[in-house]
Design a protein around this ligand. Structure first.
Ligand code: HEC
Length: 74
């Protein structure tokens, strides 16, 4: 195996490095909750959108991008 290739992490190693720390996320979100709401419901008075459905919105945005790029694909 060439040296540069031996230096690359395996897929398993890249996954092991991910550490999803939910407690840390919750603490970080305290900063955001003042505008976006404690449960990410949003705040109309501040024009802060709800964040709870972001995954769905990102999915819809990428479906739209696909349809724009390739109208016959879906
Ligand atoms: C000072 C109030 C305030 C704070 C604090 C704040 N936001 Fe926002 N955020 C807003 C407003 C207002 C918008 C809408 C901006 C716009 O539409 O131009 C927004 C938009 C967003 C959006 C885009 C949502 C969408 O539907 O397009 C995301 C994602 C977001 N904020 C995440 C966060 C996160 C994560 C934090 C904490 C790290 C945070 N915000 C902290 C006021 C705030």
């Amino acid at each position: 195996m060439p040296a540069w290739l031996a230096d690359q992490p395996t897929f398993a190693e890249t996954q092991a490095e991910l550490n999803t720390d939910l407690a840390a996320g919750e603490a970080t979100y305290a900063v955001c909750s003042s505008c976006h709401g404690l449960n990410a419901e949003g705040n109309k008075a501040l024009h802060a959108p709800g964040l709870a459905n972001m995954e769905q919105r990102v999915y819809e945005a990428s479906v739209e991008a696909l349809q724009a790029w390739c109208p016959r694909c879906s």
